[in-house]
Design a binder for this molecule. Structure first.
Ligand code: F6P
Length: 527
Protein backbone atom coordinates (compact mmCIF):
# COMPACT_ATOMS: atom_id res chain seq x y z
CA UNK A 1 0.00 0.00 0.00
CA UNK A 2 1.26 3.47 -0.87
CA UNK A 3 1.94 5.67 2.14
CA UNK A 4 -0.71 8.17 1.09
CA UNK A 5 -3.34 5.43 0.91
CA UNK A 6 -2.90 4.42 4.54
CA UNK A 7 -5.78 5.36 6.85
CA UNK A 8 -3.40 7.38 9.03
CA UNK A 9 -2.18 9.46 6.08
CA UNK A 10 -5.72 9.95 4.80
CA UNK A 11 -6.88 11.12 8.22
CA UNK A 12 -4.02 13.62 8.33
CA UNK A 13 -4.86 14.86 4.83
CA UNK A 14 -8.48 15.50 5.84
CA UNK A 15 -7.38 17.20 9.04
CA UNK A 16 -4.84 19.33 7.14
CA UNK A 17 -7.60 20.67 4.88
CA UNK A 18 -9.28 22.03 7.99
CA UNK A 19 -6.06 23.34 9.54
CA UNK A 20 -4.60 25.12 6.53
CA UNK A 21 -6.95 28.12 6.58
CA UNK A 22 -6.42 28.65 10.29
CA UNK A 23 -4.09 31.43 11.38
CA UNK A 24 -1.68 31.21 14.28
CA UNK A 25 -3.45 34.28 15.65
CA UNK A 26 -6.64 32.25 15.96
CA UNK A 27 -4.87 29.25 17.41
CA UNK A 28 -3.20 31.34 20.11
CA UNK A 29 -6.41 33.28 20.83
CA UNK A 30 -8.33 30.04 21.25
CA UNK A 31 -5.92 28.51 23.74
CA UNK A 32 -4.22 30.64 26.39
CA UNK A 33 -2.21 27.60 27.48
CA UNK A 34 -0.85 26.97 24.00
CA UNK A 35 2.78 27.57 24.96
CA UNK A 36 2.56 25.12 27.87
CA UNK A 37 0.76 22.53 25.74
CA UNK A 38 3.14 22.71 22.82
CA UNK A 39 6.54 22.97 24.41
CA UNK A 40 8.85 20.34 25.86
CA UNK A 41 11.55 20.64 28.51
CA UNK A 42 14.29 18.08 28.73
CA UNK A 43 17.72 18.06 30.33
CA UNK A 44 18.14 21.83 30.06
CA UNK A 45 16.66 22.10 26.56
CA UNK A 46 13.40 23.88 25.82
CA UNK A 47 11.59 23.11 22.57
CA UNK A 48 8.78 25.57 21.91
CA UNK A 49 6.67 24.44 18.97
CA UNK A 50 3.57 26.41 19.88
CA UNK A 51 4.15 28.57 16.81
CA UNK A 52 3.69 25.57 14.52
CA UNK A 53 0.39 25.48 12.65
CA UNK A 54 -1.15 22.57 14.49
CA UNK A 55 -3.46 21.63 17.31
CA UNK A 56 -3.82 18.68 19.66
CA UNK A 57 -5.60 16.64 17.02
CA UNK A 58 -2.73 17.20 14.57
CA UNK A 59 -0.29 15.78 17.07
CA UNK A 60 -2.56 12.85 17.86
CA UNK A 61 -2.81 11.95 14.18
CA UNK A 62 0.93 12.40 13.59
CA UNK A 63 1.72 10.11 16.49
CA UNK A 64 -0.70 7.61 14.96
CA UNK A 65 1.34 7.73 11.77
CA UNK A 66 4.54 7.05 13.73
CA UNK A 67 2.95 4.09 15.47
CA UNK A 68 1.65 2.69 12.17
CA UNK A 69 5.18 3.00 10.74
CA UNK A 70 6.39 0.89 13.69
CA UNK A 71 8.85 3.52 14.80
CA UNK A 72 9.53 1.65 18.04
CA UNK A 73 10.28 -1.52 16.11
CA UNK A 74 12.74 0.32 13.83
CA UNK A 75 14.46 1.90 16.83
CA UNK A 76 14.99 -1.56 18.29
CA UNK A 77 16.32 -2.84 14.96
CA UNK A 78 18.87 -0.01 14.84
CA UNK A 79 19.86 -0.63 18.45
CA UNK A 80 20.24 -4.36 17.89
CA UNK A 81 22.61 -3.75 14.97
CA UNK A 82 20.29 -5.16 12.31
CA UNK A 83 21.17 -4.39 8.71
CA UNK A 84 18.72 -1.50 8.33
CA UNK A 85 20.84 0.13 5.60
CA UNK A 86 19.69 -2.63 3.26
CA UNK A 87 21.01 -1.19 -0.02
CA UNK A 88 24.56 -1.13 1.34
CA UNK A 89 24.08 -4.22 3.47
CA UNK A 90 25.15 -2.42 6.63
CA UNK A 91 24.04 -1.92 10.19
CA UNK A 92 23.67 1.63 11.53
CA UNK A 93 25.54 1.87 14.78
CA UNK A 94 26.83 5.42 15.25
CA UNK A 95 25.29 5.39 18.75
CA UNK A 96 27.79 2.68 19.73
CA UNK A 97 30.60 5.21 19.20
CA UNK A 98 29.36 7.36 22.06
CA UNK A 99 28.02 4.62 24.29
CA UNK A 100 30.64 5.21 27.00
CA UNK A 101 31.12 2.09 29.12
CA UNK A 102 28.72 0.21 26.86
CA UNK A 103 30.79 0.85 23.71
CA UNK A 104 32.28 -2.21 21.98
CA UNK A 105 35.94 -3.03 22.63
CA UNK A 106 37.01 -2.00 19.12
CA UNK A 107 35.51 1.47 19.69
CA UNK A 108 37.24 1.83 23.05
CA UNK A 109 40.55 0.86 21.51
CA UNK A 110 40.34 3.60 18.87
CA UNK A 111 39.07 6.21 21.35
CA UNK A 112 42.00 5.42 23.64
CA UNK A 113 44.45 5.85 20.77
CA UNK A 114 42.79 9.15 19.84
CA UNK A 115 43.09 10.36 23.41
CA UNK A 116 46.75 9.40 23.59
CA UNK A 117 47.36 11.08 20.25
CA UNK A 118 45.69 14.31 21.38
CA UNK A 119 47.72 14.32 24.55
CA UNK A 120 50.96 13.76 22.67
CA UNK A 121 50.23 16.74 20.41
CA UNK A 122 49.01 19.01 23.21
CA UNK A 123 51.92 18.20 25.48
CA UNK A 124 54.43 18.75 22.69
CA UNK A 125 55.69 15.18 22.88
CA UNK A 126 54.79 14.59 19.26
CA UNK A 127 56.91 16.87 17.12
CA UNK A 128 57.55 17.60 13.48
CA UNK A 129 60.54 16.46 11.43
CA UNK A 130 62.67 19.38 12.64
CA UNK A 131 61.92 18.68 16.30
CA UNK A 132 59.56 21.65 16.64
CA UNK A 133 56.14 21.50 18.31
CA UNK A 134 53.03 21.07 16.20
CA UNK A 135 51.23 24.43 15.94
CA UNK A 136 48.73 23.72 13.14
CA UNK A 137 46.50 20.80 12.25
CA UNK A 138 44.85 20.52 8.83
CA UNK A 139 41.89 18.18 8.41
CA UNK A 140 41.58 17.14 4.77
CA UNK A 141 38.18 15.59 4.10
CA UNK A 142 34.82 16.39 2.56
CA UNK A 143 31.14 15.85 3.34
CA UNK A 144 30.81 13.82 6.52
CA UNK A 145 34.58 13.77 6.90
CA UNK A 146 34.62 17.55 7.10
CA UNK A 147 31.31 19.19 7.96
CA UNK A 148 30.90 17.74 11.47
CA UNK A 149 34.34 18.44 12.91
CA UNK A 150 34.53 21.79 11.08
CA UNK A 151 31.15 22.93 12.42
CA UNK A 152 31.81 21.66 15.95
CA UNK A 153 35.30 23.18 16.09
CA UNK A 154 33.81 26.56 15.28
CA UNK A 155 30.86 26.00 17.61
CA UNK A 156 33.15 25.25 20.53
CA UNK A 157 35.65 28.03 19.89
CA UNK A 158 35.16 29.18 23.47
CA UNK A 159 36.62 25.84 24.59
CA UNK A 160 39.62 25.89 22.27
CA UNK A 161 43.02 24.50 23.28
CA UNK A 162 45.72 27.16 23.40
CA UNK A 163 48.63 27.21 20.95
CA UNK A 164 47.09 24.92 18.36
CA UNK A 165 45.16 26.09 15.30
CA UNK A 166 42.93 23.59 13.49
CA UNK A 167 42.06 24.19 9.83
CA UNK A 168 39.76 22.40 7.40
CA UNK A 169 40.28 21.80 3.68
CA UNK A 170 37.58 20.15 1.61
CA UNK A 171 37.18 21.59 -1.87
CA UNK A 172 39.18 20.17 -4.77
CA UNK A 173 39.51 23.77 -5.94
CA UNK A 174 43.14 24.71 -5.34
CA UNK A 175 41.85 28.00 -3.99
CA UNK A 176 40.96 26.13 -0.82
CA UNK A 177 44.33 24.61 0.06
CA UNK A 178 46.81 26.94 -1.66
CA UNK A 179 46.24 30.06 0.49
CA UNK A 180 46.33 27.95 3.64
CA UNK A 181 49.61 26.24 2.78
CA UNK A 182 51.06 29.63 1.90
CA UNK A 183 50.70 30.75 5.51
CA UNK A 184 51.62 27.49 7.27
CA UNK A 185 55.00 26.20 8.31
CA UNK A 186 55.63 22.62 7.09
CA UNK A 187 57.88 21.93 10.08
CA UNK A 188 55.01 22.47 12.53
CA UNK A 189 51.97 21.31 10.53
CA UNK A 190 50.15 18.01 10.99
CA UNK A 191 47.74 16.71 8.35
CA UNK A 192 44.77 14.48 9.05
CA UNK A 193 43.51 12.77 5.90
CA UNK A 194 39.92 11.90 6.74
CA UNK A 195 38.01 9.69 4.36
CA UNK A 196 35.83 6.75 5.22
CA UNK A 197 36.29 5.12 1.83
CA UNK A 198 39.70 6.62 1.05
CA UNK A 199 38.55 6.86 -2.56
CA UNK A 200 37.12 10.37 -2.51
CA UNK A 201 38.94 12.26 -5.24
CA UNK A 202 38.77 15.70 -3.66
CA UNK A 203 40.40 14.41 -0.50
CA UNK A 204 43.06 12.36 -2.25
CA UNK A 205 44.04 15.23 -4.55
CA UNK A 206 44.31 17.64 -1.60
CA UNK A 207 46.24 15.06 0.42
CA UNK A 208 48.75 14.55 -2.42
CA UNK A 209 49.24 18.30 -2.70
CA UNK A 210 49.84 18.55 1.04
CA UNK A 211 52.28 15.64 0.90
CA UNK A 212 54.24 17.21 -1.96
CA UNK A 213 54.37 20.52 -0.06
CA UNK A 214 55.73 18.78 3.00
CA UNK A 215 58.28 16.75 1.02
CA UNK A 216 59.48 19.85 -0.81
CA UNK A 217 60.33 21.43 2.52
CA UNK A 218 61.57 18.36 4.40
CA UNK A 219 63.54 16.87 1.52
CA UNK A 220 63.05 13.34 2.76
CA UNK A 221 60.27 10.76 2.53
CA UNK A 222 60.72 9.74 6.16
CA UNK A 223 59.26 13.08 7.26
CA UNK A 224 55.80 12.05 6.02
CA UNK A 225 55.16 9.61 8.86
CA UNK A 226 55.45 12.30 11.50
CA UNK A 227 53.16 14.74 9.70
CA UNK A 228 50.36 12.62 8.27
CA UNK A 229 47.70 10.56 9.95
CA UNK A 230 44.67 9.03 8.28
CA UNK A 231 41.16 8.26 9.41
CA UNK A 232 39.41 5.62 7.39
CA UNK A 233 37.51 2.37 7.35
CA UNK A 234 39.77 1.06 4.56
CA UNK A 235 43.18 0.22 6.00
CA UNK A 236 44.36 -1.28 2.73
CA UNK A 237 43.97 1.99 0.86
CA UNK A 238 45.56 4.09 3.60
CA UNK A 239 48.59 1.78 3.42
CA UNK A 240 48.71 2.16 -0.37
CA UNK A 241 48.68 5.93 0.14
CA UNK A 242 51.79 5.58 2.27
CA UNK A 243 50.34 6.08 5.76
CA UNK A 244 51.58 3.41 8.13
CA UNK A 245 49.13 1.46 10.31
CA UNK A 246 50.30 3.15 13.51
CA UNK A 247 49.22 6.47 12.00
CA UNK A 248 45.77 5.30 10.99
CA UNK A 249 42.66 5.69 13.14
CA UNK A 250 40.03 3.24 12.08
CA UNK A 251 36.30 3.50 11.91
CA UNK A 252 33.84 1.08 10.49
CA UNK A 253 31.45 0.56 7.61
CA UNK A 254 28.56 0.67 10.09
CA UNK A 255 29.22 4.37 10.70
CA UNK A 256 27.62 6.55 8.03
CA UNK A 257 29.80 9.45 6.91
CA UNK A 258 27.30 12.08 8.03
CA UNK A 259 26.94 10.37 11.41
CA UNK A 260 30.67 9.99 11.98
CA UNK A 261 31.63 12.96 14.15
CA UNK A 262 31.66 10.63 17.16
CA UNK A 263 34.21 8.32 15.56
CA UNK A 264 37.87 8.94 14.74
CA UNK A 265 36.52 11.55 12.30
CA UNK A 266 36.24 13.71 15.43
CA UNK A 267 40.05 13.66 15.87
CA UNK A 268 40.54 17.20 14.50
CA UNK A 269 37.79 18.41 16.85
CA UNK A 270 39.33 16.57 19.80
CA UNK A 271 42.67 18.21 19.00
CA UNK A 272 40.96 21.59 18.84
CA UNK A 273 39.05 21.33 22.12
CA UNK A 274 40.91 18.67 24.09
CA UNK A 275 39.87 15.19 25.12
CA UNK A 276 37.85 16.19 28.16
CA UNK A 277 35.57 18.35 26.05
CA UNK A 278 35.31 15.72 23.31
CA UNK A 279 34.15 13.24 25.95
CA UNK A 280 31.54 15.73 27.17
CA UNK A 281 30.28 16.09 23.60
CA UNK A 282 29.82 12.33 23.52
CA UNK A 283 28.08 12.42 26.90
CA UNK A 284 25.59 14.99 25.65
CA UNK A 285 24.82 12.84 22.62
CA UNK A 286 24.52 9.77 24.84
CA UNK A 287 21.99 11.57 27.03
CA UNK A 288 19.96 12.37 23.93
CA UNK A 289 20.16 8.73 22.79
CA UNK A 290 18.77 7.67 26.14
CA UNK A 291 15.99 10.22 25.91
CA UNK A 292 15.15 9.13 22.36
CA UNK A 293 14.86 5.50 23.40
CA UNK A 294 13.17 5.99 26.76
CA UNK A 295 10.92 9.05 26.63
CA UNK A 296 7.30 8.48 25.68
CA UNK A 297 6.34 9.58 22.18
CA UNK A 298 4.49 12.69 23.35
CA UNK A 299 7.61 13.96 25.18
CA UNK A 300 10.15 12.76 22.68
CA UNK A 301 12.18 15.65 21.28
CA UNK A 302 13.59 13.99 18.12
CA UNK A 303 10.23 12.45 17.23
CA UNK A 304 8.50 15.78 17.76
CA UNK A 305 10.93 17.55 15.41
CA UNK A 306 10.40 14.82 12.83
CA UNK A 307 6.62 14.99 13.01
CA UNK A 308 6.69 18.77 12.65
CA UNK A 309 8.93 18.51 9.60
CA UNK A 310 6.70 15.92 7.95
CA UNK A 311 3.56 17.93 8.74
CA UNK A 312 5.01 21.10 7.22
CA UNK A 313 6.46 19.33 4.19
CA UNK A 314 3.67 16.99 3.23
CA UNK A 315 0.57 18.68 4.58
CA UNK A 316 1.28 22.43 4.65
CA UNK A 317 3.18 22.43 1.35
CA UNK A 318 6.57 23.70 2.54
CA UNK A 319 9.40 22.71 0.23
CA UNK A 320 12.15 24.21 2.34
CA UNK A 321 13.05 24.51 6.00
CA UNK A 322 15.27 27.26 7.38
CA UNK A 323 17.74 26.53 10.18
CA UNK A 324 18.44 29.77 11.98
CA UNK A 325 20.94 29.53 14.83
CA UNK A 326 21.03 32.79 16.77
CA UNK A 327 24.64 32.05 17.54
CA UNK A 328 27.59 33.04 15.40
CA UNK A 329 29.42 30.03 16.80
CA UNK A 330 26.78 27.79 15.20
CA UNK A 331 27.08 29.50 11.82
CA UNK A 332 28.09 26.24 10.15
CA UNK A 333 25.21 24.26 11.64
CA UNK A 334 22.93 24.82 8.60
CA UNK A 335 25.62 23.40 6.29
CA UNK A 336 26.06 20.39 8.58
CA UNK A 337 22.30 19.83 8.75
CA UNK A 338 22.03 20.11 4.98
CA UNK A 339 24.09 16.97 4.58
CA UNK A 340 22.55 15.22 7.56
CA UNK A 341 18.97 15.77 6.43
CA UNK A 342 19.16 16.05 2.64
CA UNK A 343 21.69 13.30 1.96
CA UNK A 344 19.79 11.04 4.33
CA UNK A 345 16.23 11.71 3.32
CA UNK A 346 16.35 13.22 -0.17
CA UNK A 347 15.02 9.94 -1.56
CA UNK A 348 12.33 9.10 -4.10
CA UNK A 349 11.89 5.37 -3.56
CA UNK A 350 10.91 3.50 -0.45
CA UNK A 351 12.40 0.42 1.16
CA UNK A 352 10.59 -1.74 -1.37
CA UNK A 353 12.09 0.18 -4.30
CA UNK A 354 8.75 1.78 -5.14
CA UNK A 355 7.94 5.49 -5.41
CA UNK A 356 7.43 7.12 -2.00
CA UNK A 357 4.65 9.19 -3.56
CA UNK A 358 5.12 12.24 -1.32
CA UNK A 359 7.81 14.86 -0.87
CA UNK A 360 10.61 13.68 1.41
CA UNK A 361 13.34 15.91 2.84
CA UNK A 362 12.66 19.61 2.48
CA UNK A 363 15.51 21.77 1.21
CA UNK A 364 17.47 22.66 4.32
CA UNK A 365 19.20 25.98 4.36
CA UNK A 366 19.90 28.81 6.72
CA UNK A 367 22.23 31.34 8.22
CA UNK A 368 23.17 32.62 11.62
CA UNK A 369 20.94 35.27 13.10
CA UNK A 370 20.98 38.22 13.03
CA UNK A 371 22.81 38.21 9.68
CA UNK A 372 19.99 36.49 7.80
CA UNK A 373 17.54 39.16 8.93
CA UNK A 374 19.37 41.67 6.80
CA UNK A 375 19.35 39.54 3.69
CA UNK A 376 16.63 36.94 3.07
CA UNK A 377 14.08 37.29 5.90
CA UNK A 378 12.14 39.75 3.70
CA UNK A 379 10.91 36.73 1.77
CA UNK A 380 9.85 34.97 4.97
CA UNK A 381 7.75 37.96 5.95
CA UNK A 382 6.17 38.90 2.65
CA UNK A 383 7.21 36.42 -0.05
CA UNK A 384 4.02 34.40 0.17
CA UNK A 385 5.61 30.96 0.59
CA UNK A 386 5.39 28.64 3.59
CA UNK A 387 8.89 28.54 5.08
CA UNK A 388 9.13 26.70 8.40
CA UNK A 389 11.91 28.09 10.57
CA UNK A 390 13.92 26.41 13.32
CA UNK A 391 15.25 29.11 15.62
CA UNK A 392 18.08 27.91 17.86
CA UNK A 393 19.18 30.17 20.68
CA UNK A 394 21.39 30.09 23.77
CA UNK A 395 20.31 31.36 27.17
CA UNK A 396 23.91 32.23 28.02
CA UNK A 397 26.42 33.73 25.61
CA UNK A 398 29.58 31.78 24.86
CA UNK A 399 31.41 35.08 24.34
CA UNK A 400 29.70 37.46 26.76
CA UNK A 401 30.10 41.16 25.98
CA UNK A 402 27.98 43.95 27.42
CA UNK A 403 24.87 44.62 25.32
CA UNK A 404 25.34 41.83 22.80
CA UNK A 405 23.50 38.76 23.97
CA UNK A 406 20.30 40.48 25.08
CA UNK A 407 20.01 42.12 21.70
CA UNK A 408 20.67 38.80 19.92
CA UNK A 409 17.95 37.03 21.93
CA UNK A 410 15.49 39.90 21.48
CA UNK A 411 15.94 39.66 17.73
CA UNK A 412 15.36 35.92 17.77
CA UNK A 413 12.12 36.26 19.72
CA UNK A 414 11.04 39.25 17.63
CA UNK A 415 11.43 37.34 14.39
CA UNK A 416 9.49 34.27 15.45
CA UNK A 417 6.68 36.49 16.79
CA UNK A 418 6.59 38.68 13.68
CA UNK A 419 6.60 35.63 11.43
CA UNK A 420 3.80 33.97 13.38
CA UNK A 421 1.46 36.89 13.92
CA UNK A 422 2.33 39.40 11.22
CA UNK A 423 0.56 42.73 10.94
CA UNK A 424 -2.84 43.41 9.44
CA UNK A 425 -3.79 46.43 7.33
CA UNK A 426 -5.80 47.82 10.23
CA UNK A 427 -2.86 47.50 12.57
CA UNK A 428 -0.63 49.22 10.03
CA UNK A 429 -3.12 52.09 9.71
CA UNK A 430 -3.45 52.32 13.47
CA UNK A 431 0.33 52.59 13.68
CA UNK A 432 0.12 55.65 11.43
CA UNK A 433 1.06 54.12 8.09
CA UNK A 434 -0.26 56.34 5.26
CA UNK A 435 -2.97 54.65 3.16
CA UNK A 436 -0.88 54.34 0.02
CA UNK A 437 1.81 52.42 1.89
CA UNK A 438 -0.56 50.14 3.81
CA UNK A 439 -0.39 47.23 1.29
CA UNK A 440 3.39 47.24 1.62
CA UNK A 441 3.26 47.20 5.40
CA UNK A 442 0.98 44.21 5.70
CA UNK A 443 2.72 41.12 7.07
CA UNK A 444 0.57 38.02 6.55
CA UNK A 445 2.30 36.06 9.34
CA UNK A 446 1.32 32.43 9.89
CA UNK A 447 4.85 31.21 9.20
CA UNK A 448 5.40 28.10 11.32
CA UNK A 449 8.44 28.06 13.55
CA UNK A 450 10.05 26.16 16.38
CA UNK A 451 12.38 27.70 18.93
CA UNK A 452 14.95 25.50 20.58
CA UNK A 453 16.60 27.06 23.60
CA UNK A 454 19.92 25.64 24.83
CA UNK A 455 21.26 26.61 28.24
CA UNK A 456 24.63 27.52 26.73
CA UNK A 457 26.85 26.31 23.92
CA UNK A 458 28.95 23.69 25.66
CA UNK A 459 30.38 20.39 24.42
CA UNK A 460 27.55 18.64 26.26
CA UNK A 461 24.73 20.73 24.80
CA UNK A 462 26.23 20.53 21.32
CA UNK A 463 26.27 16.74 21.69
CA UNK A 464 22.60 16.82 22.68
CA UNK A 465 21.75 19.08 19.77
CA UNK A 466 23.49 17.00 17.11
CA UNK A 467 22.09 13.70 18.37
CA UNK A 468 18.65 15.34 18.47
CA UNK A 469 18.88 16.07 14.74
CA UNK A 470 20.38 12.65 13.96
CA UNK A 471 17.39 10.95 15.56
CA UNK A 472 14.98 13.35 13.89
CA UNK A 473 16.43 12.22 10.56
CA UNK A 474 16.05 8.57 11.56
CA UNK A 475 12.39 9.09 12.54
CA UNK A 476 11.63 10.82 9.25
CA UNK A 477 13.19 7.94 7.33
CA UNK A 478 10.93 5.51 9.17
CA UNK A 479 7.86 7.68 8.60
CA UNK A 480 8.55 7.90 4.86
CA UNK A 481 9.63 4.24 4.75
CA UNK A 482 12.93 5.14 3.11
CA UNK A 483 16.52 4.15 3.79
CA UNK A 484 18.13 7.22 5.39
CA UNK A 485 21.59 5.70 5.38
CA UNK A 486 22.59 5.32 1.74
CA UNK A 487 23.38 8.06 -0.79
CA UNK A 488 23.27 6.59 -4.27
CA UNK A 489 22.20 9.93 -5.70
CA UNK A 490 25.73 11.28 -5.46
CA UNK A 491 27.23 8.52 -7.60
CA UNK A 492 26.23 9.47 -11.15
CA UNK A 493 27.89 12.88 -10.95
CA UNK A 494 31.07 11.28 -9.62
CA UNK A 495 31.16 8.79 -12.51
CA UNK A 496 30.67 11.52 -15.11
CA UNK A 497 33.33 13.71 -13.49
CA UNK A 498 35.78 10.80 -13.73
CA UNK A 499 34.99 10.43 -17.45
CA UNK A 500 35.23 14.17 -18.06
CA UNK A 501 38.48 14.83 -16.18
CA UNK A 502 40.78 13.64 -19.02
CA UNK A 503 38.74 15.66 -21.54
CA UNK A 504 39.15 19.03 -19.81
CA UNK A 505 41.35 21.15 -22.07
CA UNK A 506 42.32 18.16 -24.22
CA UNK A 507 41.37 16.63 -27.59
CA UNK A 508 39.90 13.41 -26.25
CA UNK A 509 36.73 11.87 -27.65
CA UNK A 510 33.72 13.67 -26.20
CA UNK A 511 31.17 12.19 -28.62
CA UNK A 512 29.50 10.21 -25.83
CA UNK A 513 28.37 13.40 -24.17
CA UNK A 514 25.39 15.63 -24.91
CA UNK A 515 25.63 18.74 -27.09
CA UNK A 516 25.75 21.15 -24.16
CA UNK A 517 28.60 19.30 -22.43
CA UNK A 518 30.48 19.01 -25.76
CA UNK A 519 30.02 22.75 -26.33
CA UNK A 520 31.39 23.55 -22.89
CA UNK A 521 34.36 21.20 -23.39
CA UNK A 522 35.12 22.90 -26.71
CA UNK A 523 34.91 26.33 -25.08
CA UNK A 524 37.33 25.24 -22.35
CA UNK A 525 39.81 24.05 -24.97
CA UNK A 526 39.88 27.51 -26.52
CA UNK A 527 41.11 29.18 -23.33
O1 F6P B 1 29.76 11.65 -1.97
C1 F6P B 1 29.07 11.66 -0.78
C2 F6P B 1 29.89 11.09 0.31
O2 F6P B 1 30.04 9.72 0.13
C3 F6P B 1 29.31 11.39 1.67
O3 F6P B 1 28.30 10.53 2.02
C4 F6P B 1 30.52 11.33 2.53
O4 F6P B 1 30.32 11.93 3.77
C5 F6P B 1 31.52 12.04 1.66
O5 F6P B 1 31.20 11.65 0.35
C6 F6P B 1 32.95 11.77 1.95
O6 F6P B 1 33.24 10.40 1.85
P1 F6P B 1 34.59 9.78 2.41
O7 F6P B 1 34.61 10.00 3.88
O8 F6P B 1 34.53 8.34 2.03
O9 F6P B 1 35.72 10.49 1.75
Amino acid sequence: MMLIDSPQWQALAAHAAAMRPQHLRQLFAADPARFERFSLHRDGLLLDFSKQRLDGETLRLLHGLAAAADLDGWKQKMLAGEVINHTEDRAVRHMALRAGDQAPAEVHAVLERMQAFCESVHSGRRRGYSGERITDVVNIGIGGSDLGPRMATQALAAHQQPNLAVHFISNVDGADIAPLLARLNPRTTLFIVASKTFTTLETLINARTARAWLLAAAGRESAVAGHFVAISSDLERTREFGITADNVFEFWSWVGGRFSLWSAIGLSLALAIGWKHFSRLQEGARAMDKHFFEAPASENLPLTLALLSLWNTDFLGASTAAMLPYSQSLALLPAYLQQLEMESNGKQVNRQGEPVGVATSPIIWGEAGTNGQHSFYQLFHQGGQVIPCDFIALREADFPLPGHHGSLLANCLAQSAALAFGQTADEARAAGVPDKLVPYKVFPGNQPSTTLLLPALTPYSLGQLLALFEHKVFCLGVLWNINSFDQWGVELGKQLAAQLTPLIGSDGDSSLFDASTRGLLAALKQR
